[in-house]
Design a protein around this ligand. Structure first.
Ligand SMILES: Cc1cc2nc3c(=O)[nH]c(=O)nc-3n(C[C@H](O)[C@H](O)[C@H](O)COP(=O)(O)OP(=O)(O)OC[C@H]3O[C@@H](n4cnc5c(N)ncnc54)[C@H](O)[C@@H]3O)c2cc1C
Length: 580
């Protein structure tokens, strides 16, 4: 039986185990949820499809008109995740992500406005709010009378969120907040701010999450930022000057705000993933129409292999991203609590899939794609942010690999404890470690062989399942080797860590796609799933080649050379080989 509190497919995989019960059968929305979703998707289509020209105009103007924000309110889009008793639709993660997908299909700014409200702005209240706090704010958040924003980033603290400087000092029953938050989505239209502030002035950490509302004295927001993309969404500073916040507005435990922030971001990632998948679906449709219509050298460009390669890859990227995003959302709906690594993978995978898709869609459209009258350049600009906010993909890659390695290190620690300090002796210690490595290698190969095998998948996907098993075995060995090679210095070894993360991303994507296609085969038969099996086959082969290359790169690489070049240019401050 899988323990939903602690089980994590990827963490187990790094220890050589395929916890297939987590993935198979692949999660499907409930029938009742499907019906609700069909109704929502239908009405969103009617509402948003005719607005293409408006979206382009609002992008240029850099603002969503308040009348349109009102339309979003009236369409119920601010109540998607608010539980029904508080006046919302009470959608689960899968259904919510599907709605954001639909918004992402039409306009990035709209998807981000609704997404920032539901995914992160009010998520702290949903996850950590007391009954009293929920009763106080959720009904107004559901109608959009209050729009929510998530305020973590500051001028000096982006990726290093624990380094925030905004302070909250206790004063009787209140806290006095001072500081400045930067690039806050919905800043200009929000009245409900989830604000993170330091509640101890000593060192880092000791962060607390507060609900701050616009009507509090000392709260102000700056002008809209002039951005590259998602231009119509509101992004502003949020300034707090001696803002008196009652203790009743603390979310979760005082001093535990960093955990609150990370849980919110983790839960929010299926929204961003869903938006990315929606964007990909739309771009595929646009690219197909363009490739069919555009005639060059006497034939539609769709006839040419180079164009077909792009279209085919878009399909693979979209299907695989969708499989991962829906799986992660499905796990949250099933009550799995430890999905941080999987959610981070879904964000990286979907945001990069959309980026490639937007870039290639523009390429298929050629010069026309570069013109502002067409939707491609806006799509490229809009989707670039997905690789930056809610954790940059670079930081998330480090997180993905280090979180998994941490478990292996924990096992090492347990081993060390059981050896009663033998690790303190480097010579003996090495012997123990190499025994341990042998044990783990065999765990991944022979001894616990049944744990490194799929047993629940349809026979029709056996070849791809075997590719996965092989990759998983290699991952377990590679994780172990990395820890032995770098020891405590692992956190400094970012290049090998990135490669390991890329292996993990490919493996989770393959696992999710295997689970989905296998379940489809079981439900609909092989004939009805020919194209899906082709997608799986194609992705599995691509993934295998990347995994092999990344693992081979752990031993043979140019890391030292590349880092030496970086050091050189950092020292000189310029490119030094201009030939003039
Ligand atoms: C349009 C927009 C909307 C946003 N909305 C919100 C919002 O609603 N709420 C909110 O709180 N924030 C928001 N942000 C902020 C966003 O989350 C941050 O931009 C993001 O977390 C990255 O922080 P940074 O920009 O300060 O980059 P930095 O942290 O300065 O990073 C710069 C680069 O260095 C890399 N880097 C940093 N540290 C390391 C390291 N240790 N190892 C390796 N590489 C590293 C990063 O990956 C990145 O490539 C928004 C930003 C934008 C642009």
């Amino acid at each position: 039986m899988v323990d939903k509190k602690t089980a994590s497919f990827m963490r187990s995989l790094c220890l050589g185990e395929i916890e297939e019960e987590i993935l198979v059968p692949y999660p499907e929305p409930k029938v009742s949820e499907k019906e609700t979703l069909q109704a929502i998707v239908g009405s969103l289509k009617a509402m948003l499809q005719p607005r293409e020209k408006d979206f382009a105009a609002w992008d240029r103007a850099g603002e969503l008109p308040l009348t349109f924000v009102q339309e979003l309110r009236e369409a119920g889009l601010f109540g998607l995740v608010v539980p029904e008793p508080h006046g919302g639709l009470g959608l689960g993660s899968t259904a919510y992500s599907r709605v954001i997908q639909e918004l992402g299909r039409y306009d990035g700014s709209v998807a981000v406005t609704v997404g920032a409200h539901s995914s992160i702005g009010m998520r702290g209240l949903l996850l950590f709010g007391t009954d009293e706090q929920k009763a106080r704010w959720l009904p107004k958040l559901a109608t959009g009378e209050l729009i929510a924003a998530f305020c973590l980033t500051e001028p000096g603290a982006g990726s290093d969120a624990a380094g925030i400087k905004t302070t909250a000092v206790r004063d009787g029953d209140d806290w006095i907040l001072n500081g400045e938050k930067l690039w806050i989505t919905n800043g200009g239209i929000a009245d409900f701010f989830t604000v993170f502030a330091k509640t101890s002035l000593e060192g880092r950490g000791h962060i607390t999450a507060f609900v701050v509302t616009r009507d509090m004295k000392g709260v102000s927001t700056g002008p809209h930022e002039d951005k590259m993309g998602i231009r119509a969404s509101s992004t502003t500073t949020v300034v707090l000057e001696d803002v008196r916040v009652p203790n009743a507005n603390v979310l979760g435990e005082a001093g535990k705000g960093f955990k609150v922030a990370m849980k919110i971001l983790n839960a929010g990632r299926t929204g961003l993933g869903g938006g990315s998948v929606g964007g990909m679906k739309r771009l595929i449709e646009l690219s197909v129409a363009q490739a069919r219509d555009r005639v060059q050298f006497g034939r539609p460009i769709a006839a040419y292999g180079s164009v077909q390669q792009k279209l085919g890859q878009m399909v693979v990227d979209c299907y695989v991203s969708e499989s991962v995003v829906n799986l992660v959302a499905g796990l949250a709906d099933k009550g799995f609590e430890d999905t941080a690594v999987e959610a981070a993978i879904s964000k990286v995978l979907a945001s990069e899939g959309l980026w490639r898709t937007a870039d290639e869609a523009l390429q298929i459209a050629g010069g026309l794609g570069y013109m502002r009258e067409m939707p491609y350049e806006r799509a490229v600009r809009d989707c670039r942010i997905n690789r930056i906010f809610e954790g940059t993909n670079d930081i998330l890659r480090l997180f993905i690999a280090l979180a998994a390695m941490n478990d292996v290190a924990e096992e090492l620690k347990d081993l060390a404890a059981s050896m009663k300090g033998v690790l303190a002796d480097p010579v003996k210690g090495f012997g123990v470690l190499s025994d341990y490595a042998k044990r783990r290698a065999s765990l991944a190969t022979n001894l616990k062989r049944e744990k490194g095998k799929w047993t629940l998948l349809a026979p029709a996907v056996a070849a791809e399942a075997a590719i996965f098993e092989d990759g998983a075995r290699q991952l377990a060995i590679a994780t172990d080797r990395m820890l032995r090679r770098h020891g405590k210095k692992i956190v400094e070894a970012q290049l090998p860590t990135r490669r390991l993360a890329d292996v993990m991303i490919d493996l989770f994507a393959l696992a999710a796609t295997l689970g989905r296609v296998s379940t489809r085969v079981e439900d609909h038969g092989e004939d009805a799933t020919t194209v899906e099996r082709e997608i799986l086959r194609t992705f599995a082969r691509q993934a295998r080649r990347r995994i092999d290359a990344n693992l081979a790169g752990q031993d043979e690489n140019e890391d030292e050379g590349i880092q030496a070049l970086a050091r050189h240019v950092l020292e000189t401050g310029r490119y030094g080989w201009d030939n003039l």
